[in-house]
Design a protein around this ligand. Structure first.
Ligand SMILES: [Zn+2]
Length: 305
């Protein structure tokens, strides 16, 4: 299957920073090694146009990001040091989601090996998130008449405050976030449905809560297009997660979400979001399992299935 990546565009980070910059390249190698994508199906995303970003984000914020004029407070909230390379990478990450979303319209489901930067709101960039790729891709799909009613299923362990902020007044987008109750962000923006999960929650309870949430969200949203943020950070070994899902539990989560959304006749674009295992290879394992679940559900228009 085609996938999108931007891992070659790196940016300077202080030593021992918790942003897992290695996972993106390792994952791109892994999907090829696992036979999920041929080498020429791993596509490099171009930088998003500033006009596309401006469909979602405040002009002043974009100017400060572009010129390197974020305030000290903004840069601290972002948690990443500003650099031209950081901005370039952020723009490419957005394009990966736009491209995967367009591809999903044709093939039912598609994946960006990045994106899911859900803490970026209309006029704020924080929590390692410069631009909100899902919101920018939503605007692009609608502009091109490819989708209308949207559902965002955010299973990253952190609440999707930026996404909730951008879509707060949008009656045609339903935002669902399942997240650790006692975790970042501590000042939240309400989604259409927020599900707080207690610290230490394991597979069974999580999957029950997710099933219930999907029932509610699908009924309300009636989506023709969905974004799924398949965060790896609810994993039991995650440094930032506080939940206790196993790797098989996370795969069951992915399969549940994908099957429910596809059964509802929506196309699905999958993005990575977070993952902060001590050993980055654990995060890559979880992301690769998500990619395998996606690959087995891709609809090939030419095949006789
Ligand atoms: Zn997260």
């Amino acid at each position: 299957m085609d996938v999108w990546t931007h891992h070659r565009w790196r940016f300077p980070l202080p030593r021992r920073h918790s942003f897992p910059i290695e996972k993106y390249g390792l994952l791109a190698e892994r999907v090829v090694a696992d036979g999920l994508a041929a080498p020429d199906e791993v596509l490099e995303a171009a930088p998003a146009a500033w006009d596309d970003l401006a469909a979602v984000h405040d002009y002043g914020l974009l100017s400060r990001i572009r010129e390197g004029c974020l305030t000290v407070r903004e840069e601290r909230g972002l948690g990443l040091p500003w650099s031209r390379e950081l901005v370039e990478r952020g723009r490419r990450s957005v394009t990966g989601t736009i491209a995967a979303a367009r591809h999903a319209v044709e093939h039912d489901v598609a994946m960006n090996l990045g994106g899911g930067t859900h803490h970026a709101g209309r006029d704020f960039a924080r929590g390692y998130c410069l631009f909100n790729d899902v919101a920018v891709a939503t605007a692009a799909l609608r502009r091109d008449g490819l989708a209308d009613r949207m559902l965002v299923v955010d299973c990253d362990v952190h609440q999707g405050d930026g996404t909730a902020d951008i879509f707060a007044e949008d009656p045609r987008t339903f935002t669902l976030s399942l997240h650790g109750a006692r975790n970042y962000p501590f000042t939240r923006v309400a989604s259409d449905l927020d599900v707080d999960i207690a610290s230490g929650t394991g597979d069974d309870r999580y999957l029950r809560d997710l099933t219930e949430a999907l029932d509610f969200a699908l009924e309300r949203a009636q989506p023709d297009f969905c974004f799924y943020l398949a965060g790896a950070d609810p994993w039991e070994g995650d440094r930032l997660g506080r939940l206790a899902l196993s790797k098989p539990g996370l795969l069951a989560r992915d399969e549940l979400v994908l099957d429910r959304l596809l059964d509802a006749d929506a196309a699905v674009c999958v993005v990575l979001a977070g993952g902060y295992a001590d050993d980055v290879r654990d995060t890559v394992d979880i992301n690769a399992a998500t990619a395998a679940a996606v690959a087995s559900r891709v609809h090939a228009p030419d095949s006789a299935s």
